[in-house]
Design a protein around this ligand. Sequence first.
Ligand code: HEM
Length: 146
Amino acid sequence: MDDALILRLENSFNLLAPRAEELVDRFYASLFSKNPGVREMFPSDMAKQKQKLIASLVLVIQNLRTTEKLAEPLRKMGGRHVGYGTKPEHYPIVRDTLVGVMSDMAGEQWNDQLTADWNGALDFVSSVMLEGQQTAIQATTDRAAA
Ligand code: HEM
């Protein structure tokens, strides 16, 4: 990840960080209104979930210069998502919803470059989480076969 890209991701996140609660409120509202089928995967009380999502985004942003530190936590997080019923095809939906809400909230301070930057960053996060999902599924299959 080059320095200019890292700075664009950090600056755009810092711009929205003071409104992090609004960001996650709008994210889940948009996700559930456009994809009603995923609502039942989540708990009815979303308060803790919203805080956890913010914390995971902060973790990613804080480690853009040390992405090797993200591999383990993101793989483990992906593994836990097997139990939530998350499928690979859900990841682009989550990405596009999140980037859409960030863009709406940032208004004139957003641009197509930032959309491309965030799509790339979230594709990276998703790919590491999916490795973790795959490993978790494989472990279950191996145990069943043993
Ligand atoms: C950028 C990708 C994603 C990130 C950063 C993320 C982050 C998180 C975090 C931090 C949690 C809290 C629990 C834990 O750490 O295990 C969580 C839970 C959850 N996520 Fe994700 N997630 C992502 C993608 C998805 C996708 C694609 C789906 C599919 C709809 C999904 C559905 C869920 C569900 C259903 C829960 C569990 C709620 C519960 O039962 O408590 N996530 N996610």
